[in-house]
Design a protein around this ligand. Sequence first.
Ligand SMILES: [Zn+2]
Length: 148
Amino acid sequence: MNQFKPLDERIAEKIKIINDCWIWQGACYANNRPMIYYKRKCYFAHRFIYQYVNNCLLDRWQLVCHTCDNIKCVNPVHMFIGTPADNSADMVKKGRQNKGWSWNSKLTPQDVRNIRNNQLSHKEIAKQFNLNLSTVYSIRNRICWKHI
Ligand SMILES: [Zn+2]
Protein backbone atom coordinates (compact mmCIF):
# COMPACT_ATOMS: atom_id res chain seq x y z
CA MET A 1 0.00 0.00 0.00
CA ASN A 2 1.33 3.37 -0.95
CA GLN A 3 1.14 5.67 2.05
CA PHE A 4 2.02 8.72 0.01
CA LYS A 5 -0.98 8.77 -2.28
CA PRO A 6 -3.68 11.24 -1.36
CA LEU A 7 -6.24 9.61 0.88
CA ASP A 8 -9.10 10.17 -1.55
CA GLU A 9 -7.32 8.17 -4.15
CA ARG A 10 -6.42 5.40 -1.75
CA ILE A 11 -10.01 5.12 -0.63
CA ALA A 12 -11.38 5.28 -4.16
CA GLU A 13 -9.22 2.42 -5.34
CA LYS A 14 -10.24 0.22 -2.43
CA ILE A 15 -13.96 0.32 -3.01
CA LYS A 16 -16.35 -1.30 -5.41
CA ILE A 17 -19.73 0.40 -5.76
CA ILE A 18 -22.64 -1.99 -5.68
CA ASN A 19 -26.16 -0.57 -5.39
CA ASP A 20 -24.85 2.65 -3.94
CA CYS A 21 -22.83 0.84 -1.30
CA TRP A 22 -19.09 1.29 -1.25
CA ILE A 23 -17.99 -2.28 -0.72
CA TRP A 24 -14.56 -2.36 0.83
CA GLN A 25 -12.06 -4.44 -1.14
CA GLY A 26 -9.14 -3.83 1.17
CA ALA A 27 -8.00 -5.53 4.33
CA CYS A 28 -10.50 -6.41 7.03
CA TYR A 29 -10.40 -7.25 10.68
CA ALA A 30 -11.16 -10.81 11.72
CA ASN A 31 -14.79 -9.83 12.29
CA ASN A 32 -15.06 -8.67 8.67
CA ARG A 33 -14.95 -4.97 9.52
CA PRO A 34 -13.08 -2.98 6.88
CA MET A 35 -9.65 -1.84 7.98
CA ILE A 36 -7.51 1.03 6.73
CA TYR A 37 -3.89 1.89 7.45
CA TYR A 38 -3.10 5.50 8.07
CA LYS A 39 0.20 6.78 9.38
CA ARG A 40 1.20 3.30 10.50
CA LYS A 41 -1.95 2.68 12.47
CA CYS A 42 -5.03 0.59 11.73
CA TYR A 43 -8.48 2.06 11.85
CA PHE A 44 -11.99 0.88 11.15
CA ALA A 45 -12.34 2.06 7.57
CA HIS A 46 -15.99 3.08 7.75
CA ARG A 47 -15.36 5.16 10.85
CA PHE A 48 -12.21 6.62 9.42
CA ILE A 49 -13.86 7.57 6.12
CA TYR A 50 -16.87 9.05 7.88
CA GLN A 51 -14.64 11.32 9.92
CA TYR A 52 -12.50 12.18 6.95
CA VAL A 53 -15.36 13.07 4.61
CA ASN A 54 -17.31 14.99 7.23
CA ASN A 55 -14.20 16.58 8.60
CA CYS A 56 -15.03 15.68 12.16
CA LEU A 57 -13.47 13.77 14.99
CA LEU A 58 -15.77 11.39 16.81
CA ASP A 59 -15.73 10.67 20.48
CA ARG A 60 -15.09 7.11 21.51
CA TRP A 61 -18.65 6.48 22.54
CA GLN A 62 -20.07 7.73 19.25
CA LEU A 63 -20.67 4.74 17.05
CA VAL A 64 -20.79 4.86 13.31
CA CYS A 65 -23.88 2.87 12.34
CA HIS A 66 -24.94 1.75 8.89
CA THR A 67 -28.27 2.49 7.29
CA CYS A 68 -27.70 -0.23 4.73
CA ASP A 69 -26.79 -3.12 7.07
CA ASN A 70 -23.81 -3.88 4.92
CA ILE A 71 -20.88 -4.60 7.16
CA LYS A 72 -18.37 -3.95 4.38
CA CYS A 73 -19.95 -0.73 3.15
CA VAL A 74 -17.90 2.42 3.73
CA ASN A 75 -20.15 4.94 1.98
CA PRO A 76 -20.28 7.89 4.38
CA VAL A 77 -23.79 8.68 3.20
CA HIS A 78 -24.87 5.27 4.53
CA MET A 79 -23.61 6.04 8.00
CA PHE A 80 -24.98 7.90 10.93
CA ILE A 81 -23.71 8.52 14.39
CA GLY A 82 -25.35 6.76 17.25
CA THR A 83 -24.77 6.04 20.88
CA PRO A 84 -24.46 2.41 22.01
CA ALA A 85 -28.16 2.55 22.93
CA ASP A 86 -29.04 3.82 19.46
CA ASN A 87 -27.15 1.02 17.89
CA SER A 88 -29.13 -1.71 19.57
CA ALA A 89 -32.40 0.16 19.09
CA ASP A 90 -31.41 0.44 15.46
CA MET A 91 -30.98 -3.28 15.12
CA VAL A 92 -34.45 -3.79 16.50
CA LYS A 93 -36.16 -1.11 14.52
CA LYS A 94 -34.85 0.15 11.21
CA GLY A 95 -36.44 3.04 9.48
CA ARG A 96 -35.19 6.31 10.85
CA GLN A 97 -32.49 6.59 8.23
CA ASN A 98 -34.04 4.73 5.34
CA LYS A 99 -33.29 7.43 2.80
CA GLY A 100 -29.62 7.08 3.49
CA TRP A 101 -29.05 10.66 4.61
CA SER A 102 -27.11 11.10 7.74
CA TRP A 103 -28.84 13.59 10.03
CA ASN A 104 -25.66 15.49 10.64
CA SER A 105 -24.61 15.61 7.04
CA LYS A 106 -23.89 19.20 6.21
CA LEU A 107 -24.82 19.07 2.57
CA THR A 108 -28.01 18.54 0.64
CA PRO A 109 -28.09 16.99 -2.83
CA GLN A 110 -28.80 20.48 -4.18
CA ASP A 111 -25.63 21.79 -2.53
CA VAL A 112 -23.68 19.03 -4.19
CA ARG A 113 -25.08 20.00 -7.60
CA ASN A 114 -24.23 23.64 -6.94
CA ILE A 115 -20.70 22.73 -5.99
CA ARG A 116 -20.21 20.76 -9.18
CA ASN A 117 -21.93 23.18 -11.53
CA ASN A 118 -20.23 26.43 -10.80
CA GLN A 119 -16.96 27.92 -11.90
CA LEU A 120 -15.52 28.92 -8.55
CA SER A 121 -12.23 27.48 -7.43
CA HIS A 122 -12.06 24.66 -4.88
CA LYS A 123 -10.94 27.19 -2.35
CA GLU A 124 -13.81 29.59 -2.92
CA ILE A 125 -16.32 26.77 -2.76
CA ALA A 126 -14.81 25.47 0.45
CA LYS A 127 -15.23 28.90 1.97
CA GLN A 128 -18.76 29.39 0.71
CA PHE A 129 -20.02 26.03 1.95
CA ASN A 130 -17.83 25.89 5.01
CA LEU A 131 -16.12 22.68 3.90
CA ASN A 132 -12.54 21.64 3.83
CA LEU A 133 -10.71 21.41 0.53
CA SER A 134 -10.56 17.65 0.43
CA THR A 135 -14.34 17.46 0.75
CA VAL A 136 -14.77 19.82 -2.21
CA TYR A 137 -12.24 17.80 -4.12
CA SER A 138 -14.01 14.53 -3.45
CA ILE A 139 -17.41 15.98 -4.34
CA ARG A 140 -16.16 17.39 -7.63
CA ASN A 141 -14.30 14.22 -8.50
CA ARG A 142 -17.28 12.12 -7.51
CA ILE A 143 -15.41 10.27 -4.83
CA CYS A 144 -18.24 11.11 -2.52
CA TRP A 145 -21.85 11.93 -3.33
CA LYS A 146 -21.40 9.78 -6.38
CA HIS A 147 -25.07 8.90 -6.60
CA ILE A 148 -26.02 12.50 -7.43
ZN1 LIG B 1 -24.08 0.99 2.14
